[in-house]
Design a protein around this ligand. Sequence first.
Ligand code: MTE
Ligand code: CO
Length: 435
Amino acid sequence: MNEKAKAKSMANAQIQLNAGRRSFLKNSVLVGGAAAIGAISATPASASGEDVILQKQDWRTDLGDGVGTRPYGTPSSHEAHVIRRNVEWLTADPVSSVSFTPLHELDGIITPNGVCFERHHGGIAEIDPAAHRLMIHGLVDTPLVFTLEDLKRFPRENRVHFLECAANSGMEWRGAQLNGVQFTHGMIHNVMYTGVKLRDVLNEAGIKPTAKWLLVEGGDASAMTRSIPMEKALDDCLIAFKMNGEALRPEQGYPMRLVVPGWEGNMWIKWLRRIEVGDMPWQQREETSKYTDLMPDGRARRFTWQMDVKSVITSPSPQAPVLHGKGRLVISGLAWSGAGKVSRVDVSIDGGRNWQPARIDGPSFTRSVHRFYLDIDWNGEPLYLQSRAIDEENNVQPTKDALRAVRGVNSIYHNNGIQTWYVAKDGVTENVEVS
Ligand code: MTE
Ligand code: CO
């Protein structure tokens, strides 16, 4: 391993979870746009006199594995640190818990299947597809029971959508808490789903005119249920059986899950086995659990299904510090909105005093993440990095303080506040707040 690779793997090994820590840098000294931006200096980062190019490595002399030795490929062993991680103290038991996507290691817009964050309430159901059925009943003309093969005979659609847990960034309401974008923002993944329209399947059963709501239920041990309003069900929901081209992973609901574009992750029922059509939300009939947002006065926001406009810089970030010193620096991140496409992302390097438009690169799909970049010439002075997304409905991502002024700090859900990363002169990066 060369020096840079070593430093990088050390940075990864030293991921700190600043449990209970409050690095509240209120009124901290800002750099006031001191880091110059403009023409990138023409110093290629790699021209540092390393002699690796002259060395004779094993892989240049020894023959490698032949085809067929890896019938299902996995990443290079040098990428072994690119994994989902969980925070042990967050939940009492791993069967009802969450693991986080390593956002700081990824690029582009697609989350590889093996590192999509997972959230289960009763562990991973290992389902034999031949023994799995989906039932549709309630206010329908003909109750129906489908096999997976039956479902695959409806016309298919391919769509790229983000799934964000409503609790993403939930630990950050009271202040900067977790030192890594994986933990502050990693309850999101963005996948291309192949599936069939929920509308087509409902129409097959025939919905009665009084039908207004669906109760959707998972086939896992938690038998998780959620109510979905009929307008959404008939609009853009899918029953998906493929993710990024291959069968859903067991963690993501194999053999079928509901896709509810732009809406809270908890409504995307995995291991989908039952859809009951009804005339009112199930929360009004019985105590069906649901996520809700507690306001400062003790009242709760009721239905907050749509996920808000949000963005975060994934690199540099605490788990992806700047290792190369001043000069060319690629600032990169993700932006998304449950309302549709992201139309603009601004980036600040001085804690929100000055903003400049970032470059969105890669496909822009509705209710999908967007990848953005800002390429700067870093003068080596500390940076306070922030990003701010604006969606096609002109919703603007708020500062954390603006959000707290309206919603207080009692909630754990729907925190879409602007994130700040402090990059020190030595490149070490931390989760902080500025105001
Ligand atoms: N569906 C079932 N059947 N059981 C569950 O525990 N968790 C929900 C939702 N669907 C859950 C479920 C929650 S809270 C979220 S955020 C998403 O699944 C997470 O999806 P993922 O595990 O694919 O990331
Ligand atoms: Co969730």
